[in-house]
Design a protein around this ligand. Structure first.
Ligand code: GDP
Ligand code: MG
Length: 980
C-alpha cells in the first residue's frame, strides 16, 4: 500500500482510498482529495514537512503524517463521473414575501477563504474591512449597508470550504446561513480555482436560499487566458452566475442588484440533483418522511445532513429516535450498495459533479503541470535551503529600513524638528545652505562647550581643561570642574573600588595647573595610549575602569576666542534657507503672550504631557508606518501563507500547528486581531496555547519601544531590532515546548491542511489603506488612551498626597511613593533602584507604547545637556545604580516586550479563552516569561560583564535550569479519548 506520504516530488498519482475516519478525513475530502482524483506532488517544505501538492488545479499544503491516510497509486487515471445529469428537481421553494421595497433585507457573502469576499464587501458598502491574501483573515461577521440601497444589509462572513464546520469561525458562518437565514446569498467563487470553489456552491444551493454565484477574480482569469462559459454554468446549476472582479469593481453592482432582486422575490433557485440514483433515492425517502417537520425550503439540506449522519446539523430539529432509526436503514442500504461510508459517498459525488461542471464550462489555456510565475517565485521563496534565510532577511530588512534609515530620518525630523525645542530648516540634502547651517552651529556648539568647561572649572587660572565622555551614560564631564560630583554619583555605593589614591589625582591637577582641593577618594591616574586618563582601580588590584580625558578643550586664550563667536540665527533665511519654528516653540510664544509663565504648572503640564508624552509616541509614527507598509505588502502579495508553510515543520516539532503561525503573523500589526485570528484553529488546546504565545511577536506598539531603545543604547543596529523579532519566535517555540509537557496542552497538534494562494501584485491603494488603517489606530490611541494616561501620570508625578504641587521635587510626589513600594519587584531586573523604573513598567500595561511616553516624561526633568537619547541613558544609569545602564535598558526592553500584552489584548484573551480561569493562567504565564527573561538576562549579564554575584544570580541560574528541565522532561501520556 502506497500513501501520499511516500510519493517523491514531481510525481503524479491517483487517490485510490482514504483511510481512517473523523474530522481529518472529512477535512481532507472537503478540500477535494477524493477517490480517483489526481494529485501532483510539487514540493516538500524546506524542513521535510509539510508537502505541497496540486489537486483540482490549486495548491494545498498538507502534513506528512496527515498524508498517510491517503492511499494512492502511480500514474493518472480519468475516473468516470458518477453523476446524473441535472434534471428537474423537487418542488420549488415557496415564494416568501413578494417584492416589497421597504422591507429590510439581508444578503450574505459566502465563499471559500481568500476568494475576495471582504474585498467585495468593501467595494459594495464603501467599508474598510481587513483584506489579506491568505486564509483566515476574517473571523467575525461584519455588517454594512450596500451603497445606493437604503434597506439592504450586506453581511461579510468568514470563509468556509464546506458547510461541515470544524473551527469556531466556520461555525459562525454555518450557523448564520442555516439558522438566521439571510434573504439571499452572494456566493463568491474564485474563478482561478473554479473546481474547489464550486464544491461549496453545491452545498449552498441546497439551503433553499436565493443565491447568485459571482465568479470573482475575472481580471486574473482573463490574464491567464482562460475562458468561462457562464451561460452553460448557469444552466447547469440553475441559478444566476455572473462574472465580477471585486478589485476593479467590474460587475459588482450588477451582481448585487441581481441578489437584491432575488431576495425581494424570495424565490430560491431550483435544486439540481447532484448525486447518483441510489443516493438520490435515499434522499427522496428521507425528504418525504421529514416533510412538515422542517422548514420546507431547506428540506433537501436537512435530508442530506441526515444521510451524512451529521448530528450537529439536524440535532436541533427534535426528530424522534424511531424515525431517525428508520431513515438510517436507507442510508445503511445505500452504503452497502456503494461499499463506502455515507460521508465519503456524499463528498465523492459532489466533487464528481463539480468536476463535471468545471470541465463543461471552463476552458484553460495553460496545460496542467506547467509552471506559472507564482510557481517560479515559490521555487525560490520556499526553497529547501533558501527559505529560512530569506525569511530572516525579509524581517531584517523591515527593521533596517524602519529603525536605521528612512524611519529614523523621519523620526529625527519629527522629534528634533517639528516637536523639537526650536524648529527645522526646509533644505534639500545637497543644498549648500544646509552645510552652512551645520558648520556654523557646530562651531558655535564647540565654542559654548569650551566656555562652559572653563567656567565649570571654577578656576580663572586654569590653563588646560580636559573632558571625560562616558559613552554608556552619555554624560560629559568637564575636568576638573565637575569631576567630584560625577564620580561620587557613579560610585556612590561601590565598595568594590577600594584602591584610593587622592595624591595621584592631586598630582594630575597640579600638573595641569588646575589644582583644586578634592574629596575624591578612589581615583588614580594613568596613561591610555599616551593620552592622559583617569583610572578607577578595581578590587584587589584587578583592572578597573579607565576614562580617557578626551582631548584638551580649553584654556584662557581659547575661551576668549570662543566668546567672540556669535550664535547663528536659524531664522536667517538668506544664509540657511527657510526656517520653520517647532510646535513647542510656537506654543511657547503663544503662552508668553497669554502670560502663562514658564515654570507655572499649567505650562509644564502642556509641555510634558503633550510634547513629552504624546509627542514621543507620535514621534515614532514614521517608523511604525515603514513597518506597516512592509506588512501590508507581505500580506497582500501572499508571502504570509508561505511563512506558515515554511514554519510548520519547526512548529510541529514543538507541538504547535503551522496554522498557529497565522495569528502570530497577524500579531505583527496588533495583538488583538491576532488573538481573534486564533478562531481558525479547531482544537481548543491549540487555540489556548496560541492565544498565550501569539502576542510574543513585537506588535506596532512594541515596535515603538524597539525604535526608542535601539538608537539610544545599541547604536541603531538593525540586528538588535530584528533580534527582538526572532527572540519572539524563540519564546513562542520554547513556550510551546514547555506548555506541551503539561496535561492541559499535551497531544498532537491539529491537522495542517492549508491552501497556498497564488502570489499577486498588491495594489498601491490596498497597501496604502492597510497602512493608513493601522497608523490611524496607533495615532488615535496616542490621542486618547496615551493622552489620558500621561495626564494622570503627570498629575501623580507633580503632586503630593496632600495635593501640593511639588515642582521639580518629584521624589515627594504620589507617583514616587507608589513607585517606591513597587520598585523592589524590579530590583532583580536591574532597573529598580529608583521608583521611576517601576512606574514605567507598570504603565506599559495600559498600552505598550505608554512606556516610551512615561520614560520620556521621567527623563525630561533630568538635568542633563543634549537631546532625548542622553536623557534616556542617564535615566537608566540612575534606575540601575550599579553602573550597568545599557544592560538595565536591555532588561527593561525585554521585560516590556515579553510580559503580558496591553490591557485591550488581555481583555480580548480573557474573552476568547472563554473562562476567567484560563484568562488568569494566560496572564500569569506571560508575566512569568517576561519577568524570567529580564531576570536571567540582567543577572547573567551583570555576572559576566561586571562580575556581580549575589542571591539573584543564583535564582537566575536556577531559573535557567528549571526551564531546561521543563523543556526536556518527558511528555505526559494522554488519553486520546478525553483529550479536549
Ligand atoms: P476573503 O478571505 O474572501 O475575505 O478575501 P479578501 O477579500 O481578503 O481577498 C483575498 C485576496 O484576493 C486579497 O489579496 C485581494 O486583494 C485579492 N482579490 C480579491 N478580489 C480580487 C479580484 O477581483 N482580482 C484580483 N486580482 N484580486 C482580488
Ligand atoms: Mg475576508
Amino acid at each position: 500500500m502506497k500513501t501520499l506520504k511516500d510519493i517523491p516530488v514531481g510525481a503524479t498519482v491517483t487517490v485510490t482510498r482514504l483511510h481512517g475516519e473523523g474530522p481529518l478525513k472529512r477535512r481532507v475530502m472537503d478540500m477535494g482529495i477524493t477517490k480517483g482524483v489526481e494529485i501532483y506532488v510539487r514540493k516538500v517544505a524546506p524542513l521535510g514537512d509539510p508537502v505541497e501538492i496540486t489537486v483540482r488545479g490549486y495548491e494545498l499544503s498538507i502534513r506528512k503524517s496527515d498524508a498517510e491516510i491517503i492511499e494512492v497509486e502511480k500514474g493518472s487515471s480519468s475516473p468516470k463521473p458518477q453523476t446524473t445529469s441535472a434534471e428537474e428537481s423537487a418542488a420549488e421553494a415557496p415564494s416568501a414575501a413578494n417584492a416589497d421595497d421597504s422591507r429590510e433585507i439581508k444578503i450574505a457573502l459566502a465563499g471559500d477563504p481568500n476568494c475576495g469576499k471582504t474585498t467585495l464587501f468593501n467595494e459594495l458598502t464603501g467599508g474598510n474591512q481587513y483584506v489579506g491574501n491568505w486564509p483566515g483573515v476574517t473571523v467575525e461577521k461584519k455588517e454594512g449597508r450596500i451603497k445606493g440601497y437604503r434597506n439592504v444589509i450586506l453581511q461579510d462572513l468568514p470563509g468556509i470550504y464546506s458547510l461541515s464546520p470544524y473551527s469556531p469561525e466556520e461555525i459562525i458562518t454555518r450557523t448564520y446561513l442555516v439558522k438566521d437565514r439571510p434573504d439571499a446569498i452572494i456566493n463568491i467563487v474564485d474563478g482561478t480555482n473554479l473546481e474547489r470553489n464550486l464544491y461549496l456552491t453545491t452545498q449552498l444551493l441546497e439551503l433553499g436560499i436565493p443565491t447568485v454565484v459571482a465568479v470573482n477574480m475575472m481580471d486574473v482569469v482573463r490574464k491567464n487566458g482562460d475562458d468561462i462559459d457562464f451561460m452553460k454554468l448557469s444552466r447547469e446549476i440553475r441559478c444566476p452566475v455572473m462574472p465580477i472582479s471585486a478589485l476593479t469593481g467590474e460587475g459588482t453592482r450588477e451582481a448585487a442588484a441581481k441578489a437584491i432582486e432575488l431576495a425581494r422575490e424570495g424565490n430560491a433557485a431550483t435544486r439540481p440533483h447532484v448525486f447518483t440514483g441510489s443516493v438520490e433515492h435515499a434522499i427522496a425517502h428521507i425528504e418525504e418522511s421529514i416533510q412538515g417537520k422542517v422548514e420546507e425550503r431547506s428540506i433537501r439540506w436537512y435530508a442530506i445532513k441526515i444521510f451524512e449522519r451529521d448530528e450537529k446539523a439536524y440535532g436541533g430539529l427534535g426528530l424522534d429516535k424511531e424515525l431517525l432509526g428508520h431513515l438510517d436503514e436507507h442510508v445503511v442500504e445505500c452504503e452497502k450498495e456503494m461499499d463506502d461510508d455515507c460521508v465519503s459517498i456524499i463528498i465523492n459525488q459532489r466533487y464528481a459533479r463539480v468536476k463535471e461542471l468545471a470541465d463543461a464550462s471552463l476552458r484553460k489555456r495553460r496545460k496542467a503541470g506547467s509552471l506559472t510565475l507564482s510557481d517560479k517565485i515559490d521555487r525560490i521563496m520556499t526553497n529547501r535551503i533558501l527559505a529560512l534565510p530569506i525569511f530572516a532577511a525579509v524581517i531584517w530588512l523591515m527593521y533596517y529600513v524602519s529603525v536605521t534609515t528612512v524611519g529614523s530620518w523621519m523620526t529625527d525630523w519629527a522629534n528634533d524638528g517639528v516637536f523639537g525645542d526650536e524648529g527645522w530648516h526646509l533644505v534639500w540634502p545637497t543644498g549648500g545652505k544646509a552645510a552652512a547651517w551645520e558648520d556654523d552651529s557646530a562651531a558655535y556648539a564647540a565654542a559654548q562647550a569650551r566656555i562652559e568647561a572653563f567656567e565649570a572649572a571654577g578656576d580663572e587660572n586654569a590653563t588646560r581643561l580636559f573632558r571625560i565622555e562616558d559613552e554608556e551614560s552619555g554624560t560629559v564631564v568637564n575636568y576638573p570642574g565637575e569631576l567630584d560630583e560625577y564620580l561620587a554619583s557613579k560610585y556612590a555605593d561601590a565598595e568594590a573600588f577600594g584602591n584610593i589614591s587622592k595624591d595621584d589625582i592631586l598630582a594630575l591637577f597640579d600638573e595641569k595647573g588646575a589644582a583644586k582641593d578634592t574629596a575624591l577618594a578612589d581615583i588614580s591616574l594613568s596613561e591610555a595610549d599616551g593620552e592622559p586618563a583617569l583610572r578607577v582601580a578595581g578590587d584587589d588590584g584587578e583592572d578597573g575602569e579607565t576614562f580617557p580625558l578626551s582631548g584638551f578643550i580649553a584654556d584662557k586664550a581659547s575661551v576668549e576666542a570662543a566668546r567672540a563667536i556669535a550664535e547663528p540665527d536659524p531664522a536667517d533665511t538668506a544664509k540657511y534657507g527657510l526656517w520653520f519654528r517647532s510646535i513647542p516653540a510656537v506654543t511657547d510664544a503663544a503662552f508668553e503672550k497669554w502670560g502663562i509663565e514658564e515654570d507655572s504648572w499649567a505650562h509644564k503640564l502642556v509641555f510634558d504631557v503633550i510634547f513629552g508624552g504624546v509627542g514621543t509616541v507620535l514621534g515614532f509614527v514614521p517608523q511604525i508606518i515603514v513597518i506597516f507598509l512592509f506588512l501590508g505588502f507581505l500580506e497582500d502579495v501572499g508571502y504570509m501563507a508561505r511563512i506558515a508553510f515554511i514554519m510548520d515543520r519547526i512548529f510541529h516539532k514543538f507541538g504547535l500547528s503551522g496554522k498557529s503561525f497565522i495569528p502570530i503573523l497577524v500579531g505583527m500589526g496588533c495583538g488583538v486581531p491576532a488573538i481573534l485570528a486564533t478562531r481558525t484553529i479547531e482544537a481548543r488546546r491549540d487555540r489556548r496555547m496560541t492565544i498565550m504565545l501569539g502576542t510574543y511577536i513585537p506588535c506596532g506598539a512594541k515596535a515603538a519601544i524597539i525604535a526608542m531603545f535601539v538608537p539610544a543604547f545599541f547604536s541603531r543596529s538593525a540586528w538588535v531590532a530584528s533580534a527582538m523579532y526572532f527572540a519572539g519566535i524563540a519564546v513562542i517555540v520554547l513556550g510551546g515546548l514547555i506548555l506541551k509537557k503539561f496535561k492541559a496542552f499535551a497531544g498532537d497538534p491539529a491537522p495542517f491542511v492549508m491552501e497556498l494562494p497564488a502570489y499577486h501584485l498588491p495594489t498601491f491603494y490596498g497597501i496604502v489603506r492597510h497602512t493608513w488603517d493601522r497608523t490611524k489606530a496607533y495615532m488615535i490611541k496616542a490621542g486618547t488612551i496615551i493622552f489620558a494616561a500621561c495626564t494622570i501620570i503627570w498629575l501623580l508625578m507633580h503632586f503630593t498626597w496632600g495635593l501640593h504641587y511639588v515642582g521639580d521635587e518629584l521624589d515627594q510626589s504620589i507617583l514616587a511613593s507608589i513607585g517606591n513600594v513597587l520598585k523592589w519587584l524590579f530590583a532583580p531586573l536591574g532597573f529598580g533602584k529608583d521608583w521611576a523604573g517601576a512606574v514605567a513598567s507598570v504603565t506599559a500595561e495600559l498600552a505598550k507604547e505608554q512606556s516610551t511616553a512615561t520614560l520620556s516624561m521621567l527623563a525630561e526633568p533630568l538635568d542633563v545637556a543634549g537631546g532625548t537619547l542622553p536623557h534616556l541613558r542617564a535615566l537608566f544609569m540612575q534606575l540601575n545604580g550599579a553602573g550597568l545602564g545599557t544592560l538595565a535598558a536591555l532588561s527593561f526592553m525585554l521585560f516590556n516586550l515579553f510580559n503580558p500584552p496591553c490591557m485591550v489584548a488581555i481583555v480580548t484573551a480573557f474573552r476568547e479563552m472563554g473562562s476567567a480561569k484560563w484568562g488568569w493562567i494566560c496572564v500569569g504565564f506571560q508575566f512569568l516569561i517576561g519577568y524570567g527573561i529580564a531576570l536571567v538576562v540582567y543577572q547573567l549579564g551583570a555576572l559576566f560583564i561586571a562580575g556581580h554575584f549575589g542571591f539573584w544570580t543564583i535564582v537566575a541560574i536556577l531559573l535557567v535550569l528549571a526551564t531546561l528541565w521543563l523543556i526536556f522532561r518527558r511528555a505526559p501520556i494522554i488519553d486520546e479519548e478525553h483529550k479536549d
